[in-house]
Design a protein around this ligand. Structure first.
Ligand SMILES: [Zn+2]
Ligand SMILES: [Zn+2]
Length: 116
């Protein structure tokens, strides 16, 4: 999540002090200070239209079965993650966001590591 000074655009020389649900941020470049609330925001487009969703970590178990080994909460942006969100919201059954890349289930992974 990138924080920028609204006055001068500085994004590094910033000092943040946590104050309950707010973070008081001071820009060391221009001295501007502002409150930053802890509303989740998209770190790509800055939108506050964010949906929390459980994301699955999947591992290949015996045979061709995939099993969910862990779940973490991710933030999905309604515009940047529209596709993922759509899949998540319309998926039947398990309400989990699946990883972009699933472990391959085609045959056993080869043990060989020949460097040419
Ligand atoms: Zn500044
Ligand atoms: Zn976004």
């Amino acid at each position: 999540m990138i924080v920028r000074c609204p006055e001068c655009g500085e994004d590094e020389a910033l000092r943040g002090r946590r104050d309950d649900e707010l973070i008081l941020v001071t820009c060391e470049t221009c001295g501007h200070a502002w409150d930053r609330d802890l509303v989740p925001r998209c770190d790509r487009c800055g939108s506050e239209d964010i949906v929390s969703a459980p994301k699955a970590f999947v591992e290949k178990s015996r045979g061709t079965q995939l099993s969910v080994v862990a779940v973490t909460t991710i933030q999905l942006c309604r515009s940047c993650d529209a596709e993922t969100l759509e899949e998540y919201l319309t998926a039947p059954g398990t309400r989990l966001v699946m990883p972009d890349e699933l472990p391959t289930t085609a045959g056993d992974a080869t043990d060989a590591h020949n460097d040419r």
